[in-house]
Design a protein around this ligand. Structure first.
Ligand SMILES: C[S@@+](CC[C@H](N)C(=O)[O-])C[C@H]1O[C@@H](n2cnc3c(N)ncnc32)[C@H](O)[C@@H]1O
Length: 387
């Protein structure tokens, strides 16, 4: 499969500009930036590299065919013409999923079944054998996007979303998805140096910051990608990409990474997740109130970034208590974090005001369906509240 195809990389809402920057940094052209992804171009080699390196992408989809499909029988008739036997092993396994939009009562399960039948019928006709199929993501993966009368078929080269890096088995309370945590760290401008994350919860921000500071490809943590179930998969080529990625890693994150939380169970979860990610030697943990967090001194040579993701207070009465917490975050920034870039990630604009410092930027994100902001502060010596 050395030909090139349009590659659609999907991402959670609000992350496409960070995904675009990542794709461009990998040397691939971005043809289009969409609300839920970016489009580029490439073959299986590029798809493998994207799966290995992307921090904010969800799935890398290789576009096979775009066609007119006003009804389900035409969907099958068109899909059966594709040379599935070239991509999917007849003795392999395939998972088909679908997203259906503006198609009245047509639902995605039925559409996926039509495509699964087409794939299996075609392979059986050409080879006399058929692959197994099911929802398990343990082989190849096919994705249908059916919008109105227009259908697009993709080979999904990721399978399980890339957000599932494989390190977070202990989610604790309200964890950030890894892709979102990576986007927040990027938006704060952190590359290397000191990183402090009070209120760390399950440690997503600290782990993603450590992966970035070490220039470690997050895909190295995963055991499986759907491209491994394709007939054209070349394990040697993927091993070469992994070896290149390992060679590009730094020995250290270039500064201390400090994670704290007042809940011992949160710190235990963060520590277990970091261990699973192989990041524990680079992270320091403490159980304490955020105000007591040790903040190493930042210098021009070693800049610092401090990010907090406090609760948003969605239930009645919580806002009053949390108002005090947000105001104390402002004091903590002002008194303890000079020389740092400060960040507060929150879905509550009223509480955000209680921080009381002048924001440098307010960057929009979505945490699932909740519209959030990353508020960034430049914490110079002597930043004053209310400036
Ligand atoms: C929204 S969660 C953070 C989730 C985290 N970003 C993650 O991805 O798992 C907020 C965390 O702040 C912690 N927390 C709340 N108040 C605190 C305080 N005063 N001092 C330290 N930690 C606090 C909670 O225990 C909780 O783990």
């Amino acid at each position: 499969m050395s030909e090139t195809y349009p590659l659609l990389i999907t991402c959670p809402k609000g992350l496409s500009s960070w995904l675009r920057a990542e794709v461009e940094a990998l040397g691939l052209p971005v043809r289009r930036e969409l609300p839920l992804g970016v489009e580029t171009q490439g073959g299986l080699e590029e798809a493998m590299r994207l799966n290995l390196w992307l921090r904010t992408g969800h799935r890398v989809l290789l576009e096979l065919r775009h066609f007119h499909a006003p009804d389900a029988s035409l969907l099958h008739a068109r899909a059966v013409k594709l040379p599935w036997e070239e991509w999917i092993p007849e003795d392999g396994y395939v998972t088909v999923s679908a997203a259906v939009n503006n198609r009245g009562r047509e639902h995605s399960g039925h559409a996926a079944l039509k495509i699964k039948d087409a794939v299996v019928d075609r392979i059986r006709k050409k080879t006399g054998q058929r692959p197994d199929s099911g929802p398990d993501q343990r082989g190849a993966s096919v994705f249908l996007y059916w919008q109105g009368d227009s259908a697009t078929l993709y080979l999904d080269t990721s399978g399980e979303p890339l957000a599932r890096r494989g390190y977070k088995l202990q989610p604790h309370k309200a964890p950030l998805q890894e892709t979102l945590a990576a986007g927040i760290v990027m938006a704060a401008g952190h590359k290397r140096g000191l990183f402090v994350n009070p209120m760390c919860g399950s440690g997503s921000l600290g782990c993603e910051a450590a992966l970035m500071s070490l220039n470690r490809a997050p895909g190295l943590l995963r055991e499986r990608f759907a491209f491994m179930g394709l007939k054209t998969y070349d394990p040697g080529a993927f091993q070469r990409l992994c070896a290149e990625a390992r060679a590009a890693e730094h020995d250290s994150p270039g500064g201390r990474i400090v994670l704290t939380d007042h809940d011992p169970a949160a710190v235990a979860a963060a520590r277990a997740n970091a261990e699973r990610a192989g990041l524990a030697p680079f992270l320091e943990f403490a159980v304490c109130d955020f105000r007591e967090t040790e903040v190493p001194e930042a210098t021009e040579e070693q800049p610092g970034c401090v990010i907090l993701n406090p609760e948003y207070g969605m239930r009645l009465g919580e806002e009053d208590v949390l108002g005090e917490v947000y105001s104390a975050i402002g004091d903590f920034f002002k008194q303890r974090c000079s020389g740092y870039t400060g960040g507060v990630f929150t879905g509550n604009p009223i509480l955000a005001k209680r921080v009381g410092l002048k924001t440098r930027r307010r960057i929009p994100f979505f945490n699932a369906k909740i519209e959030c902001r990353l508020l960034l502060y430049e914490l110079y010596q002597g930043s004053r509240k209310g400036e």
